[in-house]
Design a protein around this ligand. Structure first.
Ligand code: FAD
Length: 532
């Protein structure tokens, strides 16, 4: 296994501070869809988008100068544009705040370390001067994990990992690769493809989210049925903490006590900064086939998914939309209101070597047909694959015309799926009132259960932020009352933190606090995020 040459770091596309994604891909709602949206939600005024107002940077010049000595002056940025682009994440509340001109969470300074040692040096500086540090990967967080508390600190630094974009090494024999945290999804896959291998992690935020962020939030991608959640792909981590460095994962499996890697997977920058991730990789798939199946009801399709999972036959992609999502299909504006043949649409996707793909496809298809599914061919599968990263752009278009759109997710065991589905749906409809659309799909599948991913659309009230926060609180209450997890893959951040103790109990909270106190005694890392 040899170290690979450092690739040139090219300038990356930055997201619009008030919208999702590549500004060049922003779309207006088509006129046809706009009419239908008005039919569904009534006429709404186009909400005004205010100019963003940045608070002046709060760190004294002498402190900034000492930081410049640590990482080099050119990597310490205080200009408005950079600070604006490193403010919060991309949840609907984040976008609503930004659209209202509120950038009160902007960092005082953005620091761009180039190496693990740079990160360690910035942490030491932050401890010495009692400055809060927010690790920043792709900025796609949807749970407030980038909006750290700053009170009691001399200032707040965004630790932007954008310069750490190296594919460090590939071990072709063990099929592992070492990646730096700042690589975005497509950048990582392009570098790995150059080595003939693939990571296979495709969250909907794939274009902008990073390797470090995937690890720090326990992300789960659309092909998790086949390739696994991101945490299951991680075999090793290098972490910089205020107390020193940890290198974890020296064998494929180990019985050397509790697995300390698990302390950092999902730690959301509160315990340390992940500076290298060793992942499992696969050979590049030669064939990809995505197919649709129709089910008479969500319950029938869910039972079929459970049977497939428990038969050990999971394809690479397996997802099922409920009746409402199947009919409306928010992901494709041109199809809003299009003719629906009813029932529920399932997508089953297969990737790999042609023989293995065909064998799995035949076995799964036989089982699905026996269970009552109707094959819908490759058309719906191809359409899903083609539009799989489009929905977040549509959210902006809907916000533009006065519709509140947001998503949330949870997971539970199969025996509680129906109860959880009904409870969350009713909580959202109850909070947002008549005319609210609540769509759901099974997004990730296990032998023992699945995750439910809800998309909500309602007419915006005069205060859409308060409107959504009330609805989200109602959904969170329903989730904990049903005994499900507060998050299957979006992480805790600041938004889910008030509900975490229901899931892990007082003793669990105490364990998290003890870990935090040991690794970050001055509490400078992402204050107020994750740990209750
Ligand atoms: C439109 C949209 C679609 C999404 N779809 C999915 C999806 O399909 N699946 C899914 O799992 N998630 C999804 N998400 C959520 C989000 O993309 C994931 O949580 C992602 O893993 C965050 O990665 P990031 O690089 O953007 O991290 P950031 O948003 O930059 O950071 C997330 C958290 O991790 C911390 N952090 C970041 N890098 C490091 C590091 N190197 N070391 C320590 N801490 C770090 C940050 O401080 C923050 O608390 C979606 C979000 C959006 C906006």
């Amino acid at each position: 296994m040899s170290e690979l040459p450092r690739p040139t770091v090219t300038a990356q596309v930055e997201m619009h501070p008030q919208r999702w994604g590549d500004p060049a891909s922003a779309t207006e709602l088509p006129e046809s869809a706009r009419g239908l949206v008005e039919l569904a939600f009534g006429h709404a005024e186009t909400p005004a988008v205010a100019d963003v107002v940045l608070p002046p940077p709060g760190l004294p010049t002498a402190l900034l100068d000492s930081l410049r000595e640590v990482v080099g002056g050119e990597h310490v940025l205080t200009d408005d544009e950079t600070r604006r682009l490193r403010t919060r994440g991309k949840s609907t509340p984040d976008l609503l705040r930004a659209r209202a001109g509120d950038l009160s969470d902007a960092p005082d300074v953005v620091v761009r370390p180039g190496t693990h040692d740079d990160v360690a040096a910035v942490l030491a500086w932050a401890v010495d001067h009692h400055v809060a540090v927010v690790p920043f990967g792709g900025g796609t967080c949807v749970t407030g994990g980038l909006a750290a508390r700053r009170d009691g600190f001399a200032g707040l630094v965004s630790l932007d990992l954008v310069r750490m974009k190296r594919l460090v090494s590939v071990d072709h024999e063990s099929m592992t690769a070492v990646l730096e945290p700042g690589l975005r999804g497509p950048e990582a896959e392009t570098l790995l493809a150059g080595e003939g291998v693939l990571l296979g992690h495709y969250p909907q935020s794939f274009e902008f989210a990073t390797i470090g962020g995937f690890a720090a939030t326990r992300s789960s991608g659309q092909s998790s049925a086949g390739y696994g959640r991101f945490d299951s792909l991680v075999v090793g981590l290098r972490v910089a903490t205020p107390r020193g460095e940890l290198r974890l994962g020296s064998a494929p499996m180990s019985a050397a006590g509790p697995d300390l890697r698990q302390l950092f997977l999902g730690s959301e920058g509160a315990f340390g900064v992940i500076t290298e991730v060793t992942v499992r990789v696969r050979r590049l798939p030669e064939t990809k086939v995505y197919e649709g199946w129709r089910w008479e009801s969500f319950a029938a399709g869910a039972d079929a998914i459970r049977t497939v999972a428990q038969a050990g036959l999971l394809p690479t992609v397996l997802r099922l939309s409920d009746e409402a999502e199947t009919a409306i299909n928010l992901a494709r504006p041109e199809e809003i209101g299009g003719e629906s043949s009813g029932g529920c649409l399932m997508i089953a996707g297969y990737e790999g070597a042609p023989g293995a793909v065909e064998a799995k496809r035949v076995a799964v298809s036989r089982l699905l047909a026996e269970l009552g599914g109707t094959p819908a061919g490759e058309g719906p599968g191809e359409a899903w694959a083609h539009g799989r990263f489009d929905a977040p752009y549509l959210r902006d278009s809907m916000l533009d015309v006065g519709v509140l759109v947001e998503t949330l997710e949870t997971a539970t065991f199969w025996s509680s799926r129906e109860r959880l589905y009904t409870a969350v749906k009713s909580a959202l409809e109850g909070a947002l009132g008549v005319g609210t659309l609540v769509l759901c799909h099974i997004s990730h599948v296990y032998e023992t259960g699945c995750s439910l991913y809800f998309t909500v659309a309602a007419k915006q009230s005069g205060d859409p932020l308060a409107q959504w926060l009330a609805a989200k609180a109602a959904a969170n209450d329903a989730i904990v009352a049903a005994g499900a997890t507060i998050t299957h893959h979006h992480a805790v951040g600041t938004d889910h933190r008030p509900w975490l103790h229901h899931e892990i109990g007082d003793l669990g909270v105490s364990v998290l606090r003890a870990v935090k106190a040991d690794l970050d005694p001055a509490g400078v890392l992402n204050p107020g995020v994750l740990v209750p």
